[in-house]
Write a protein that binds this ligand. Sequence first.
Ligand code: ADP
Ligand code: MG
Length: 284
Amino acid sequence: MRRIAVLNQKGGVGKTTTTVNLAAALAARGRSCLVMDLDPQAHATLHLGLTPGRSGPTMYDILTQNTPITQVQREVAPNLWMCGGHIDLAAAEVELIGSVGREVILHDAIAAEAEALARHDYLLIDCPPSLGVLSLNALCAVREVLIPLQAHFLALHGLSKLLETVGLVRKRVNKELTILGVVLCMYESGTRLSSEVIDDLETFFQAKRQPNSAWADAKLFQTRIRRNIRLAESPSFGQSIFQYAANSRGAEDYASLASELETGQPDDLWRGSNDLAQPVIDAG
Ligand code: ADP
Ligand code: MG
């Protein structure tokens, strides 16, 4: 099972949208995907059509009650499984403060059921917008970190802190942890700002990329997730973009991201730089 945390301590950058729709795209490619919603806001849970707390036990029970993951996961669509989030996760952050090894609870829960969970090809974890104990649990439980970033002028702000946290977890707890890469979300092609952010990001990558660091093989995904109104609409219908608007640009982009994740190559649309061919904002 390939384990990936979708993390950026900033809110509103596209973590949940990416977790849900990348998982749905991978499921459409025939891969079994388990999504874990570690955000107390439980947006990923709603996005996939579950009502937080009304669909049985949640991530809160895994972290605080030792409930096995296999008793929490629900199949929400073909090949797509979910361990839901719950507002109580906000309390878990505090409840766990006194307990020893609190960062590795999720890691241990996965290890305890490794055999049963091996039916899945992917685990994708949607993290809350903070670097607290919930995100640390994700970082200790996965092997890879995917960072969604919005190409605006403060995009890189906070990235150093994120890298530092990932580096510390790698050094102290999870030696396998690496940063898979950055995916640009809500991308508006053709704007000067976007190309400036990409330049900055590449410079930043170069400066940080030391051998044997978590960042050594990080890449900037060629697939960029364009701003697309359908992506913003689909959560309120409890549907992934592939259920809600299979022919939208949002669906195209997440299908391409899944392709790039698995094969190293984006879909044809995204091969090479087609920046100029894309409208700045699109509604379709
Ligand atoms: P995060 O989980 O990082 O807080 P979200 O994925 O919830 O971010 O995205 C923040 C908001 O932006 C949500 O309302 C979401 O529907 C919207 N959104 C995300 N990606 C796009 C996109 N590519 N185009 C348009 N709206 C988007
Ligand atoms: Mg979110």
